[in-house]
Design a protein around this ligand. Structure first.
Ligand SMILES: [Zn+2]
Length: 116
């Protein structure tokens, strides 16, 4: 993920409270964001796994001042979302078994893309 070296100028305006979108508009936005990765989890994809995403996650959480723009979102499955959330909020990354019965750790041999 490339980040601009300087924040965009519109960041200079007084910060408004970012509200989560709701209703029909939110559904459309979610659909558009999911379509970007064909509904697949980006983290799993990076590991060579094909897993449907269930969550549109904010890369920089709204709670930490992130923006609600497409460029600040990524599509994740439940285990990856739990992992990402733990990382974002400085908690120990949860390691264990995902809902699909696979280990969630990217370091686990099962999750290495070069596995034969
Ligand atoms: Zn995933």
């Amino acid at each position: 993920m490339l980040m601009p070296s300087r924040p965009p100028t519109d960041r200079a305006r007084p910060r408004e409270r970012v509200e989560r979108l709701r209703g029909r508009k939110a559904v459309e936005v979610r659909k558009r964001r999911m379509a970007r990765t064909d509904g697949l989890c980006e983290r799993c994809d990076a590991r060579g796994l094909t897993v449907f995403a269930t969550v549109v996650d904010h890369i920089k959480p709204l709670a930490l001042g992130g923006t609600d723009e497409d460029s600040n979102t990524r599509n994740l499955c439940d285990p990856c979302h739990a992992e990402a959330t733990a990382e974002q909020f400085g908690m120990r990354t949860a390691r264990g078994i995902g809902r699909d019965g696979r280990p969630t750790s990217p370091d686990h041999p099962w999750n290495r893309p070069d596995r034969t």
